[in-house]
Design a protein around this ligand. Structure first.
Ligand SMILES: [Zn+2]
Length: 406
């Protein structure tokens, strides 16, 4: 299913650690359809370049699927019921839902300014409580949960726990401790350090919903199982997100989803994006080295930001450097000049179908090979050298999305 009879698109699945054909479902009318769920943000702080890299990488997957004749249904959730959001709202003296609303708006505007297609659905936890509770009730009925100081998922009921993130029990417990998610284990609390809450009590200033498990709010992971099933059915083709989500979030989603429905696998492929560092160090709020999307857009055009992000393979970790952004801006400029000359006062090249020529063929082969965008950019440079405006325009449209038009 590659563009114009090229090899099919192959992607790397985190679970099997292998390359395989991009799984697709059959859409209405019988055509291929990619059912894609990407874990979204907790809207409590402005998005940094690490988020942008994840969503821009999936935007390339979407554009490449569409260019290859595959339809896409894209769901990305918003975790608007979550501890960091409540903590931030408390600190700033604003209501949690006002903070969430403001940050969702700013995130959508970041996505749009980077030329990413907005998801078909952006379900929010606070608006999906009935579906989430139904999922918890179904797990309870199947004997997969137990009540203690919260209502927990019993990880011992799912023998494959740890397979997705390829972690030993010890390494899973260590990561939970590092992230402050370990909680208390023992009488009256959870039975095993790996068990996680499906439903929990809310603090006084947090939202609470009535339920059979007492008034409260969902645990973190169950939302994505419930929302994914509600908007995409019991099985998705690709489930994605940043690699830091593989454990514990995706591991837990996989366990509870497969226990819930018996449909195995819940996701036919798991795709994870690498972490972005800042000049070699972890990008984090506490180190004060977060780079925001708006800072990059103050310096270079959106298409250049997209090319810079795409100059890194989606599943590798990499380090942000301002010089890299400038280099991408020079390439964008060269494509623009080429388009200007080709236009010659008339209508510009609008390449939507795959153009002919060696550079375009090389680009298609690169993208089919697990979205090898650095190799794709080399093909773009070759197209620019060959003064092939149609091919360069087509490639920029895949790599930079709608930012290619601005
Ligand atoms: Zn999720």
């Amino acid at each position: 299913m590659g563009a114009r009879g090229q090899r099919p698109i192959r992607v790397f699945d985190t679970l099997t650690q292998r390359l395989g054909p991009l799984p697709v479902s059959s859409g209405e009318g019988g055509g291929p359809l990619l059912k894609l769920y990407v874990c979204g943000i907790t809207p409590y702080d402005s998005g940094h370049l690490g988020h942008a890299f994840t969503f821009a990488s999936f935007d390339i997957l979407i554009r490449w699927a569409l260019a290859s004749g595959v339809g896409v249904r894209y769901v990305q959730n918003v975790t608007d019921v979550d501890d960091p959001l409540f903590e931030r709202a408390r600190r700033d003296g604003v209501r949690w839902n006002e903070l969430a609303e403001r940050e969702v708006r700013s995130f959508r505007s970041d996505l749009a300014s980077l030329g990413c297609r907005l998801p078909d659905v952006m379900p929010r936890v606070s608006e999906e409580i009935p579906a989430i509770l139904a999922a918890v009730e179904r797990l309870a009925a199947g004997g997969y949960g137990y009540a203690a100081d919260a209502y927990y998922f019993d990880v011992s009921r799912y023998p494959g726990y740890g397979q997705l993130s390829h972690r030993s029990r010890r390494s899973m417990v260590r990561k939970l401790r590092e992230e402050g998610l370990l909680g208390v284990v023992g009488p009256g609390a959870k039975r095993s350090p790996l068990d996680f809450p499906l439903w929990r009590a809310s603090a006084e200033d947090e939202p609470a919903w009535p339920s059979a498990f007492g008034p409260g709010r969902p645990g973190w992971h169950i939302e994505c199982s419930a929302m994914s099933m509600r908007h995409l059915g019991e099985q998705v083709d690709v489930h994605g997100g940043g690699r830091d989500l593989a454990f514990s979030h995706h591991e837990s989603e996989r366990a509870q989803s497969e226990c819930l429905t018996g449909v195995v696998p819940f996701a036919r492929a798991w795709m994870h994006t690498g972490m972005v560092r800042y000049e070699g160090r972890k990008m984090s709020k506490s180190l004060g080295n977060l780079v925001n999307v708006s800072q990059t857009l103050e310096r270079v055009p959106a298409a250049a930001v997209r090319l810079y992000l795409a100059s890194h393979r989606y599943r590798r970790d990499w380090s942000f450097r301002w010089e890299g952004l400038d280099r991408a801006a020079r390439l964008t400029e060269r494509v623009r000049n080429l388009q200007e000359v080709a236009r010659g006062g008339g209508a510009g090249p609008t390449a939507t179908a795959m153009p002919r020529g060696a550079a375009a063929r090389e680009f298609a082969a690169a993208l089919n090979d697990d979205l090898d965008t650095p190799r794709g950019i080399r093909a773009l440079r070759a197209a620019v050298r060959d003064r092939d405006a149609a091919a360069a325009t087509w490639m920029l449209g895949i790599l930079a999305g709608d930012a290619a038009l601005s």
